[in-house]
Design a protein around this ligand. Sequence first.
Ligand code: SF4
Length: 285
Amino acid sequence: MIIKEIHCRSILTRAGGYLAQVVSHSLNPYIGCGFGRSSCGVACYVQFNPWIMQSREWGRFVDVKVNADEVYRETASAERAWAKKRGIPFSIFLSSSTDPWQPAEQKYHVTKKLLFAMIDDPPDVLILQTHTDRIVDDAEYILKLSRLCNLRIHISIEGDRDSLPGLPPPPCSLDKRLQALVLFSKQGIATVACLSPLYPLRNPDLFFQLLASEGVGAVILDHFILGDGTEDGNRTLKTELPKVMAEVNKESILLSYRDRMANIARNYLPVGVSSDGFAGKFTRN
Ligand code: SF4
């Protein structure tokens, strides 16, 4: 793993593409991801971004934006004004192309310092998205921020099994990720389990019932088709993931599987499908 400390000139990126329907800005404390060699890294869409990759190997590099909090403090007002001018809330997705609580965070605390900066100058909406229970390390500050802005925690839980045969281990066990969701739910924070990308489920009824009974606020179901930024899942089809999924359940590689699972999930808790879900638009039966 090559870890490099860098100084960024900007930290709040004005959202484009599908993310523009979700938030006004994305915020990535790191470039690259220390979880890139784990199960989620296999089909992670970030590896198809040449600007981020710079001919490097996915999961083998992390650039640490050591001054991210200072730049946030310097630029938040102007970016808030930019959003206001467009009639949209100053809303931040942390993070769209890295994991804010990846292993490097334990040494560099870039995300933690950003949360401090946001406590001093909060956005209107903050979505925290992660694949690991290390988010609980910052529970105290997240709770503070949840009283200052509209905050939602998204934890990626692709399905009801820890791993799929043929994939490397996940960045964090399913059980720990679930526990993190439960912890925040109990504190009254809005929590969302992100099945993104949706893996084949062993027992959908039991799984969605469990999430609902544990107090998880909602689920997002996002298939790799559409979910990877292409109409037909073209990027993901270049990876091992569809083959691995099909070996478990052939139907799971079709978009209709997402809709069938969403219908089941709606019997138990609010459901958001693809970008609607990330934007906080949920429906239930
Ligand atoms: S944690 Fe997120 S950004 Fe990192 S490899 Fe997994 S999916 Fe990609």
